[in-house]
Design a binder for this molecule. Structure first.
Ligand code: TIU
Length: 226
C-alpha cells in the first residue's frame, strides 16, 4: 500500500491493529490527562478514525490489540517519580470524578465507548509508556506470528511514539496512522509524524487511514472472488 516514506507491505497473514491507550483517563474530562492540565478535546478527531479502523480489521478477520496505561490499586507498579511529576491536581491513585486516577478497573481507566475491545480481543494493561515494558505483548505477537503493526492511539509523542520505537527495535514493521493518533500538542504530533519516517523510515512508515481502509477493501474483494 501507499505510505510514507515508501510503499508498505500490508501482509494480511502477519498484521495486527494496535490501539494504544484509548481510555477515558486520556480522552475525557476528569481523568489523568485533566489532572495534568491537558485539553482532552484535542484527541477527539482521532476517535472516529480509530473506531472505523477497528471495525474494518474485525470485518477482515484481522486481530485488533488494545493497550491501557494503568496501575495496580496498591500502586506497587507506579514509580514515585511518575506519581509526583507534572504538578498534578490529582495524583495517580487519588479519587477523581471517574474513580481513582489511572488505576486498573476504575471507570477512568476503561476504554472510551467508541473504541471498546470486543470479546476475545487482546487487552494489555501497561504500567509504562512503552507497550512492551512489563507486559506479555512481545510473546503474544510471536505466538501469533505477527510481524507488522498498524499503530493508532494516544498520545502521539508519549505512549504511541515510545511503543512504536520499542516495536521497531524488536523487529516489527510499524506503520503509524496519521489521522488515527492524537496529542494535546498538535506541533508534537506533526513532529513525530516527520521523525519516524525520516532517514528512509528510521522507525517505520506513516499513512492516512484512507489508504489502510482501501487496502482492506481490496483484500475483502479478493477473498470474495477467491
Ligand atoms: N500525558 C500524555 O501525553 N500521555 C500519557 O501520559 N500516556 C499516554 O500517552 N498514553
Amino acid at each position: 500500500m501507499k505510505a510514507t516514506p515508501f510503499d508498505y507491505d500490508f501482509d494480511a497473514d502477519h498484521i495486527a491493529l494496535l490501539c494504544i491507550d484509548m481510555q477515558r483517563d486520556f480522552c475525557e474530562v476528569g481523568g489523568f490527562a485533566s489532572s495534568l492540565h491537558d485539553n482532552v478535546a484535542l484527541l477527539a478527531p482521532c476517535i472516529p478514525v480509530i473506531a472505523k479502523l477497528q471495525a474494518a480489521f474485525r470485518a477482515a478477520g484481522l486481530p485488533v490489540i488494545h493497550t491501557k496505561e494503568c496501575h495496580q490499586p496498591d500502586l506497587s507498579d507506579c514509580p514515585t517519580a511518575k506519581r509526583e511529576r507534572g504538578n498534578p491536581k490529582l495524583k495517580i491513585g487519588m479519587e477523581g470524578p471517574m474513580g481513582r486516577i489511572l488505576i486498573d478497573g476504575q471507570p477512568g481507566s476503561d476504554f472510551i465507548s467508541q473504541c471498546m475491545p470486543m470479546p476475545g480481543e487482546l487487552v494489555i494493561p501497561k504500567p509504562g509508556k512503552d507497550a512492551f515494558y512489563a507486559t506479555p505483548l512481545n510473546d503474544y505477537l510471536h505466538r501469533r506470528g505477527i510481524t507488522n503493526l498498524i499503530i493508532t492511539g494516544a498520545t502521539t509523542e508519549v505512549c504511541v511514539q515510545t511503543s512504536m520505537r520499542a516495536a521497531n527495535d524488536r523487529g516489527y514493521d510499524c506503520l503509524l496512522v496519521e489521522d488515527g493518533t492524537g496529542s494535546y500538542f498538535p506541533e508534537f504530533k506533526a513532529s513525530v509524524l516527520k521523525q519516524v519516517v525520516a532517514q528512509g523510515g528510521i522507525i517505520g512508515w506513516t499513512a492516512p487511514s484512507e489508504e489502510i481502509l482501501k487496502t482492506l477493501a481490496k483484500l475483502s474483494a479478493h477473498q470474495e472472488k477467491g
